[in-house]
Design a protein around this ligand. Structure first.
Ligand code: 7RM
Length: 672
C-alpha cells in the first residue's frame, strides 16, 4: 500500500508577507507553499485531476438535483423519492417521498455485496484488549440491541440518550436507534452529570444507554454514577440500559436499570429494517453556541446519509482494502459522520480506540497505526500540536509506512503543525485533507480531494461538490481575493441541519438571519487568488485593533511558527486607545524557559510574520488552554478571563475545568 515516492511536492518555497487589503477584516498571513498530489496517488483516485474536480463541481452547482440524486442512488432506498429537494428557505426537505433505513444501509447492505466477513470495526480498548466485528457480527449485535430497545417500549421518534465510552456498543446503540427510527442523542462520555441533565431535559429522552464506566488515562470514569445524578429529578426517563465495560461497582435501580447483556440474551436476533421517511429525524447532537444554552442540532435520515456517504467516498477516497481510523470521539459530530455513518455506508473497515493518545505512553497512536497497518488517519490539530509538544522520538519508534492519506478537522491547522504532520506522520508522501465542516453541516463542506487538489498548509482549499460556499461582506457582496468576510453557503445541501430541536426561531436567526436564504457558518474567512478558503477564526472571536479587524487564527499561527511555542490562543481585551488590545495565551514546548526574553522574542516574531498591528500587547504563559472536549480552544472563556470578570458563560462542554482556575489565578499578573 505504501509508496516510497514523494506524493506531495512543494512547488514553491515558504514566504510570508503582509497584505494590505482595505477591508472589513484583514488577512495578513500568506502561505505560498504548494503541495500537489503525486501522479501515483492521482492515478488510482476517484477524482484524479483539477480539471475533473472543476467540471464536476460546476455541474453539481448548476444542477445540484442531478448530482445529489446520482449519489443518493448508490444507497438502498425502500421506496424511491419523488422529488430531490423541496426548499422553502430556510427549511429543506431532501429526497421527498423516499423511504430509507439508515442502519440497513450501514450494515445489512454489506451482507450481500461480498463484505459479509469483512471487518467493520476493529476496536482497541485503552487497557489493551481488542475486538473485531465483521459486518455480519455487527448486524447481529445491532439487531439484538434494536430489539432490546423495542422491548423497553422505544417507538419511532422517541429520543434515546447515549452516554458511553468509545466501545463498539456505542456505535451499535446508534445504529440500533436508526434501525427502529428512534432519534439518538449522544452525549460525550467526558461530560458531567449536569450536562447530561440539560440535554436530557431539552430532548426529553425516554431511555438512557450507558455503561458502568470507561477507561481514561488508566483510571475509571464513573459513567453510570453520573447518569444516576442526572436522573435525580428527570421526569422523562423510564429506563436505563447499562453496558458492563469495567465491572466497577454501580447501583442498579430496580425496575429502571437493566444490564445490556441480560436484555440482549432475552431477545431474538431478527429485526427486519423498516423504511422510514427520508426526513425522519435521525439524531440530535448538542453543540455549544457562543452564548446561552447548547443547541440541539437535528439531522434527518436520507439527506444526512447521502452527504456522509458521498463525502467519505470522495474525500478519503475510501477503498475496500483501507484500514481507516478517525480518532474523534463518538460524542462529537466527527464521530457520528466519519466513524459510524459515512464509512460504514461505504462498507469500510473502521478502527475505533477507547482511550487517550498518551496512554500508557505518548506513542499509543503510532503503535496502533503500526500494528493495525492503518492506511488513513483522520485527526485534529489539537492532537497534532500535542504530539509535537511530546517530541518526535515517540513517532520515530514506529513504522508508519502503511499510511497513504491524512486528514485534519476541528480547527484551522497551523501551517507549522501541517508541515510536521506531513513530514513526521505522512513521511512526505501522504496528501493531507484539511476538512472544514460543522455539526450543523453534517458532512464535509470544504476540503481538498486527495488525488486532485494542490494543497497549501493551513487552507481547507475548495468547496465539495454541490456546496456553493462564498465569502460575503457586511452588505452581502462577495469579496475579492485575500479580503476577509463571512463564510456562507448559498444553496441547501442534503446533510444540512433541519432545525434546532425545539427552537425553530433560534434556527432561523442564528443561521439564516444575516443574509436572506443564505446559510451563515459563523466563521470568518478569505479566499486566496487560487480560490482556496482560509478560515481565519470564529466571527465572535475576531479582534478589532485600532479599527483593523484581525482573525484569531492568523495571529495564533504566527505564534505557533516560533520554535518555542506549542500552542497559542489570542483574544481581545477592551482598550481605551486601540479599541482592543491583543492578549496571547501561550504554551511552550518541553525545555523552553518562559521568561521576559521569550515574551520579547514572540512579540517581535509576530511583528515580523504579520506586521506590527498584530503584535500581542500581553503574552501570558500557561500550562494548558481551555478547550472543548473535541479540542477547540474556548476563546470566549479567555476573553472573560482577560476582561477581569468571572467566567459566566456555559462551561458544560469544557474538557478540564481546572484550567480555568489556573488562568483566573494568573489574572492581573501581567507578564511585563
Ligand atoms: C467538524 C467540527 C465547527 C467549527 C467550524 C470552524 C471549526 C472545523 C475546521 C475548522 C478551520 C477546519 N464540527 N473548524 N474544521 N476551522 N479549518 N478544517 O469541528 O461543530 O464541532 O465545529 O470548527 O470554526 O465552524 S463543530
Amino acid at each position: 500500500m505504501s509508496t516510497k515516492k514523494s506524493a506531495a511536492k512543494p512547488v514553491k518555497r515558504a514566504a510570508t508577507q503582509p497584505v494590505t487589503a482595505k477591508d472589513n477584516f484583514k488577512s495578513m498571513l500568506i502561505e505560498n507553499r504548494v503541495f500537489k498530489p503525486s501522479a501515483e496517488f492521482s492515478k488510482k483516485a476517484r477524482i484524479s485531476s483539477m480539471a475533473q474536480y472543476k467540471r464536476m463541481h460546476a455541474e453539481s452547482i448548476k444542477t445540484p438535483d442531478k448530482f445529489w440524486a446520482r449519489e443518493a442512488s448508490e444507497l438502498f432506498w425502500q421506496k424511491k423519492w419523488k422529488k430531490v429537494l423541496e426548499w422553502k428557505a430556510p427549511f429543506a426537505k431532501w429526497f421527498v417521498g423516499g423511504s430509507i433505513n439508515v442502519s440497513e444501509n450501514c450494515v445489512d447492505r454489506h451482507l450481500t455485496n461480498g463484505r459479509k466477513n469483512k471487518a467493520a470495526i476493529i476496536w482497541e480498548g485503552e487497557p489493551g484488549d481488542s475486538r473485531t466485528l465483521t459486518y455480519q457480527q455487527l448486524h447481529h449485535e445491532v439487531c439484538k440491541f434494536a430489539n432490546v430497545l423495542k422491548s423497553h417500549g422505544v417507538k419511532p421518534k422517541d429520543r434515546v440518550l447515549i452516554y458511553m465510552p468509545m466501545v463498539p456498543e456505542a456505535a451499535i446503540a446508534m445504529l440500533a436507534c436508526a434501525r427502529i427510527g428512534a432519534t439518538h442523542s449522544v452525549v460525550f462520555g467526558g461530560f458531567s452529570s449536569e450536562s447530561i441533565k440539560d440535554r436530557l431535559h431539552d430532548c426529553q429522552a425516554k431511555i438512557v444507554v450507558t455503561a458502568d464506566g470507561g477507561y481514561r488515562r488508566g483510571s475509571l470514569v464513573a459513567l453510570k454514577k453520573n447518569v444516576d445524578e442526572a436522573l435525580r429529578d428527570s421526569a422523562s426517563v423510564e429506563r436505563v440500559i447499562v453496558l458492563q465495560r469495567t465491572k466497577q461497582e454501580v447501583t442498579m435501580q430496580d425496575g429502571r436499570d437493566f444490564w445490556w447483556h441480560t436484555e440482549c440474551s432475552k431477545v431474538s436476533a431478527a429485526c427486519p429494517a423498516k423504511g422510514f421517511d427520508s426526513e425522519h429525524p435521525l439524531y440530535i447532537l448538542y453543540t455549544s453556541g457562543s452564548t446561552g444554552k447548547p443547541k440541539g442540532i437535528l439531522h434527518t435520515a436520507g439527506g444526512y446519509l447521502t452527504g456522509t456517504y458521498c463525502t467519505s467516498k470522495y474525500v478519503f477516497d475510501l477503498r475496500d482494502d483501507d484500514i481507516y481510523w478517525c480518532t474523534a470521539d463518538i460524542g462529537w459530530v466527527t464521530g457520528h459522520s466519519y466513524i459510524v455513518y459515512g464509512p460504514l455506508a461505504n462498507g469500510a473497515t473502521v478502527v475505533m480506540y477507547e482511550g487517550a493518545p498518551n496512554w500508557p505512553e505518548p506513542d499509543r497512536f503510532w503503535d496502533i497505526i503500526a500494528r493495525l497497518r492503518v492506511t488513513i488517519l483522520y485527526t485534529a490539530p489539537t492532537a497534532i500540536r500535542a504530539f509535537i509538544k511530546w517530541g518526535d522520538e515517540w513517532v520515530k519508534k514506529h513504522d508508519l509506512s502503511s499510511l497513504r492519506l491524512l486528514g485534519s478537522v476541528g480547527e484551522p491547522i497551523n501551517p507549522e503543525a501541517w508541515m510536521w504532520y506531513h513530514k513526521m506522520i505522512g513521511g512526505g508522501r501522504c496528501p493531507i485533507v484539511d476538512t472544514f465542516w460543522q455539526t450543523e453541516t453534517g458532512a464535509i463542506m470544504i476540503s481538498p480531494l486527495p488525488g486532485a487538489t494542490p494543497t497549501k498548509p493551513g487552507t481547507a482549499t475548495l468547496p465539495f461538490f454541490g456546496i456553493d460556499a462564498a465569502i460575503l461582506d457586511e452588505d452581502g457582496k462577495e469579496v475579492g481575493p485575500d479580503q476577509g468576510g463571512k463564510l456562507v453557503v448559498r444553496k441547501p445541501w442534503p446533510s444540512m441541519l433541519r432545525t434546532i430541536f425545539g427552537d425553530t426561531e433560534r434556527y432561523k436567526s442564528a443561521y439564516w438571519g444575516t443574509y436572506k436564504g443564505i446559510y451563515l457558518a459563523g466563521d470568518g474567512a478569505r479566499r486566496d487568488k487560487d480560490g482556496n478558503f482560509w478560515i481565519v477564526g470564529r466571527l465572535d472571536d475576531v479582534l478589532n485593533v485600532s479599527g483593523h479587524r484581525l482573525g484569531t487564527a492568523e495571529v495564533e499561527s504566527a505564534l505557533v511558527s516560533h520554535e518555542a511555542v506549542a500552542e497559542a490562543a489570542v483574544v481581545g481585551r477592551p482598550d481605551e486607545i486601540k479599541g482592543q488590545a491583543v492578549v496571547a495565551f501561550v504554551t511552550v514546548k518541553e525545555g523552553y524557559k518562559t521568561d521576559a526574553e521569550l515574551i520579547k522574542a514572540l512579540k517581535a516574531h509576530v511583528g515580523k510574520v504579520i506586521g506590527a498591528i498584530a503584535k500581542p500587547d500581553d503574552i501570558r504563559f500557561t500550562g494548558a488552554l481551555p478547550k472543548t472536549r473535541s479540542g477547540k480552544i474556548m476563546r470566549r472563556l479567555l476573553k472573560e478571563v482577560v476582561s477581569g470578570g468571572l467566567v459566566k458563560g456555559d462551561t458544560s462542554t469544557m474538557e478540564d475545568l481546572s484550567v480555568l482556575a489556573q488562568l483566573a489565578a494568573s489574572n492581573g499578573k501581567d507578564d511585563e
